[in-house]
Design a protein around this ligand. Structure first.
Ligand SMILES: [Zn+2]
Length: 348
């Protein structure tokens, strides 16, 4: 898979698991959050009970009304999410997951989410694994791998990518807005800060955290890690003022009326760049290789289930079985529009 070959690191394996795995529940985000916690602490082995506690805590920390499974999915009394709902009130009151909830988590996660985390439907197991179950019976424990500690050591960006992804998947599960998101994709807030629900304009999550992972957390142009350049981001390194949303094909061409191609103010044309690259680039014409990299980034988004993919499908007119070919044709058409009808407007 191109996304992995472009940067064959543990971070990329992590992003494949988080961003591109299928979701019928949000369990893998809770597991991922718990793993990052233990990895950051430098732990190499934890008990299943410790993992169950952290896992339940992360699920409880989500907004109580947020759907963790499609609202249409049938749920039995023993479903972990049903237990979570029953134990929520008391857990909130005692400020930690109840024993019943931790028990249920500890029993459920080895069978459920731990088996699936590393496995992607289309490409199989990711190249780096982050844990394995060892021992039997009472000695059963979770061995955390060096790959996890590597990833966790520089996890600020990965944490906000995970949070953004979790919010997007929750929104797609939501009874009121989920169907619209899955049909129409997300839209972007007017100032390109947020990903929003069409028509109702409800923010789902930050745009920059939502798309950073699909360009490996790096500036689109100089490849410098964005999280490191954004010292002012607080909890969310991508929210710092040093991370810019950039139009690869200059938006000024469209505003001046000289552009004859597709809408330039949409996801297919938006990438993240460090401040200096963005300012240096200004309204210059993108190179052929930049357009190729943009296609690869868009292909990566198109391989992630749920609303962001839908947005790419719609804005690149590329759904259905030939979608990959159509995305390529779309970019060829963009390239042709640039060379045939080069805008006459002068660079800013
Ligand atoms: Zn840069």
């Amino acid at each position: 898979m191109h996304f992995y070959r472009a940067e064959p690191t543990a971070r990329t394996s992590w992003r494949l698991a988080i961003l591109m795995g299928a979701n019928s529940r949000t369990y893998k985000f809770a597991l991922g959050s718990a793993l990052l916690d233990f990895g950051r602490e430098g732990r190499d082995s934890i008990t299943l009970n410790e993992l169950g506690q952290a896992y339940a805590r992360h699920l409880l920390a989500r907004d109580g009304g947020a759907a963790q499974a499609p609202t249409s999915s049938r749920m039995s009394d023993t479903d972990f999410l049903a237990v979570l709902e029953r134990e929520r009130e008391e857990s909130v009151a005692i400020r930690q997951p109840t024993e019943k909830l931790v028990d249920a988590a500890t029993r459920a996660i080895p069978l459920m989410v731990m088996q699936k985390f590393h496995n992607l439907r289309d490409i199989g197991q990711v190249a780096h694994t982050f844990y394995r179950l060892e021992g039997r019976g009472r000695d059963r424990h979770v061995r955390l791998t060096p790959a996890l500690r590597d990833v966790a050591a520089e996890s600020s960006g990965l944490t906000s990518e995970l949070g953004a992804r979790w919010s997007i998947v929750e929104a797609s599960f939501d009874a009121e807005i989920g169907r619209r998101l899955l049909e129409s994709g997300v839209e972007l807030g007017a100032d390109l800060t947020d990903v929003v629900v069409p028509i109702r304009r409800v923010p789902v999550t930050g745009l920059r955290s939502a798309i950073a992972g699909f360009q490996h957390g790096r500036c689109f142009y100089c490849r410098m890690p964005l999280a490191e350049s954004a010292a002012n981001g607080g909890d969310d390194p991508y929210a710092g003022r040093d991370v810019h949303v950039d139009h690869v094909v200059p938006y000024s061409w469209m505003k001046s009326g000289s552009w004859r191609g597709p809408n330039l103010n949409h996801l297919w044309n938006l990438v993240l760049a460090c401040a200096s690259c963005n300012l240096r680039k200004s309204a210059r014409q993108p190179t052929a290789s930049e357009l190729e990299t943009l296609l690869e980034r868009n292909n990566a988004i198109a391989n992630s289930p749920h609303p962001l993919r839908r947005t790419i499908d719609i804005t690149m007119s590329a759904s259905g079985p030939d979608a990959a070919v159509r995305r390529k044709q779309f970019m060829v058409a963009v390239q042709n529009t640039i060379t045939d009808g080069r805008p006459t407007c002068s660079p800013v």
